[in-house]
Design a protein around this ligand. Structure first.
Ligand SMILES: Cc1cc2nc3c(=O)[nH]c(=O)nc-3n(C[C@H](O)[C@H](O)[C@H](O)COP(=O)(O)OP(=O)(O)OC[C@H]3O[C@@H](n4cnc5c(N)ncnc54)[C@H](O)[C@@H]3O)c2cc1C
Length: 300
């Protein structure tokens, strides 16, 4: 697709409010890469405050065949938000409101620019739990998590972002706004269209709002660190855990190479004689976490 870089952006600028559109070189530079090494400068950066502005930007870009690259917090590792064909970077960073946390429906409605860790801490204050835990959660956005279907070690018990998206508002490339899914945990009728957008890296549309499933916050959490003579013994231990009918919220196995790297980095002597290592994280009711930890200490 080709477009004219001499295109007069003022037509679009006039439709938006102050500060929602810029060609300031500093902003172009700020929005040209992610945490990977690829970088490409866009021709303009759009910073919409609301859904209506997102629709206007995409309608304009569609009419003039200008590439648009959505951007969350820019903490991706694969160049997804890098505007490789120039055009407009559409950053949702200013759409960063938590619209609703409903304690009894166990749902939250959020705008895409909300920081993941900030959101998790907000719901935890209400005794609620939003499990997806990408290691970048202190820096990334929920919109970016949805677009990449982000997940971390807790996926073992709780799944990944896709498992918590109940509904989405998405603006399509044409500028049309569509609302998909619902706000009920059990929504079994019809196509699962909202799920199609989860993990689509912004290729199908721009997420402007999401309804997320929440869980009750587990009462307790505990961690077990176990060293082994070899990797085989560590993997056998995983089988032992599952055979005991225990489902940890996270399991992380490290081999000899990884332990050596960690020792070099931290200077710790703790795992000096270990050739494999397992971290087992448990959560749930206090009594069950305590009894499961005791059982695993005995069995592993
Ligand atoms: C140190 C580090 C650790 C990481 N650990 C993990 C991990 O444990 N698990 C994991 O899954 N990932 C991990 N990542 C990758 C990254 O953090 C995640 O992919 C995260 O979801 C990106 O969110 P973001 O807001 O930074 O999105 P961005 O990087 O800004 O964008 C990511 C993609 O989503 C699209 N996008 C962003 N917002 C929207 C929107 N509103 N609508 C449509 N498309 C949009 C972009 O176009 C791009 O394709 C890690 C990255 C780093 C740097």
């Amino acid at each position: 697709m080709s477009y004219s870089t001499s295109l007069d952006f003022s037509i679009l600028q006039n439709q938006l409010t102050e500060g929602e559109f810029t060609t300031d070189p500093q902003e172009l530079g700020r929005c040209s890469g992610d945490k990977w090494h690829a970088v490409h400068q866009p021709d303009a950066v759009a910073l919409p405050h609301n859904e209506e502005s997102v629709c206007k930007i995409l309608r304009f870009a569609n009419t003039h065949k200008i590439p648009v690259t959505p951007r969350g917090a820019g903490y991706g590792y694969v160049g997804g938000c890098v505007p490789v064909r120039g055009g407009i970077v559409l950053s949702v960073e200013r759409m960063n409101q938590v619209l609703e946390i409903h304690k009894t429906d166990f749902v939250a409605r959020i705008q895409p620019g909300v920081n993941t860790k900030v959101f998790q801490e907000m719901v935890e204050k209400e005794n609620l739990f939003y499990p997806p835990d990408p290691a970048s959660r202190a820096d990334c956005s929920l919109g970016g998590n949805i677009a990449t279907n982000a997940g971390g070690p807790r996926c073992l018990k709780y799944g990944v972002t896709r498992d918590y998206v109940l509904g989405l508002s998405v603006v399509l490339a044409s500028g049309e706004l569509v609302k998909l899914g619902s706000r009920t945990h059990k929504n079994k009728t019809g196509f699962d269209l909202h799920r199609l957008f989860v993990g689509s890296e912004g290729l199908l549309g721009i997420v402007t709002e999401a309804t997320l499933k929440l869980l009750p916050l587990p009462q307790d959490r505990a961690c077990l660190s176990v060293g082994f003579n070899d990797s085989r013994a560590a993997t056998d231990a995983i089988t032992t855990i599952f055979e005991a009918g225990i489902l940890p919220c996270a399991l992380e196995i490290a081999d000899e190479f990884t332990i050596a790297a960690a020792q070099k980095r931290t200077g710790s002597e703790k795992l000096r004689d270990c050739r494999a290592h397992l971290i087992v994280e448990l959560d749930g009711a206090k009594s069950s976490v305590q009894s499961e930890i005791a059982e695993l200490e005995e069995k592993l």
